[in-house]
Design a protein around this ligand. Structure first.
Ligand code: ZN
Length: 317
């Protein structure tokens, strides 16, 4: 069962890490073309005007559109535009990224691919961005859980015991502390947002949850406002007491996944990219019952259709 509405390219379903490792760069380029242009079975389509007629400029591995004269390659107009890596390396990188269920660090990828850290960092963020773009953002319905958790604002632990008690205060005053708000349909999708305060989740709930849904939230006072729009069920964590089956276990399960990735893989997630890490982990959580092969096909299809990355384009260049 495919939990999310990814447009799956049939060619993506036939690829695995082992196959990618055995490919020549030419074969990898052909495989990527089939993922990117499934409607023509890999025949190049001009990203500027949609024309399928082109000249082959074989020496530069690009095509020139017969209609608009623009030159383009496999990656023009995708998140891998202006790439420095071979396509085979990109296909391999996506496979190892998928296999890292707890997240995958740029440091590890830079070792795996023998590329510098910055190249690995940009590549992984482009994959995250493509996955985020491909996810279904439609309204959630049924039983929906909402919760928030704070991330970031890392402050180096103090050595002296008397300084330690000030640490939490410093973290809160660092201005870098952000809250990730997760809105999760039970048995369905998880939407994530990065905001300054959890109370902003009230407005997000109105925007993302269909009317008639039941919203589950904890005892925090700002969630009282949810009742104006939805039937709500509240849970009181302090006294471990649940009203008529109210619970936010699925939202909490997402947060523990994100926390494990923060602590175990990325060490601390920087403010600007917290949103992308959260989307990645939400996708991993939602797709956890899909096979590795299906997850790879989902990510690869997302990369094939995602638009050019505004955020990561020219990053560090
Ligand atoms: Zn064209």
């Amino acid at each position: 069962m495919m939990a999310q509405h990814f447009l799956l390219s049939p060619a993506a379903k036939t690829l695995s890490l082992v196959q990618v490792l055995r490919m020549s760069e030419e074969a990898a380029r052909e495989a990527f073309r089939k993922v990117r242009w499934p409607e023509t079975n890999g025949e190049p389509v001009c990203p500027a005007c949609g024309c399928v007629d082109h000249y082959d400029l074989k020496t530069r591995k690009v095509w020139k559109c017969k209609a608009c004269s623009k030159q383009f390659s496999e990656t023009s107009g995708t998140v891998f535009h202006s790439r420095k890596l071979q396509i085979r390396d990109i296909l391999g990188a996506i496979a190892v990224f998928i296999n890292g269920a707890k997240g995958y660090s740029a440091l590890q990828l830079s070792r795996d691919l023998c590329v510098d850290y910055k190249t690995a960092f940009v590549l992984l963020h482009k994959v995250r961005e493509a996955i985020a773009q491909a996810r279904d953002a439609g309204a959630l319905k049924g039983d929906v859980e909402i919760d928030g958790a704070y991330f970031g604002g890392y402050v180096k632990p103090a050595n002296k015991r008397e300084d330690r008690k000030d640490r939490r205060k410093k973290i809160n005053q660092s201005g870098k502390r952000q809250v990730v708000i997760a809105i999760r349909e039970r048995g369905g999708r998880t939407l994530t947002f990065v905001r300054k305060s959890e109370a902003e989740g009230v407005a997000l709930a109105s925007q993302t949850i269909a009317k008639g849904s039941t919203v589950h939230a904890d005892e925090a006072a700002h969630w009282d406002k949810l009742a104006a729009r939805f039937p709500t069920k509240r849970i009181n964590h302090q006294i471990a007491y649940s009203m008529e089956g109210a619970c936010t276990n699925q939202a909490e399960s997402f947060f523990s996944r994100l926390r494990r990735a923060e602590i175990g893989t990325h060490h601390h997630v920087s403010g600007d990219y917290l949103g992308l890490y959260a989307e990645e982990m939400a996708w991993r959580e939602d797709a956890r019952r899909n096979s590795n092969g299906d997850q790879y096909a989902m990510a690869l299809s997302a990369v094939g259709i995602a638009g050019k990355s505004e955020r990561m384009c020219g990053y560090w260049q």
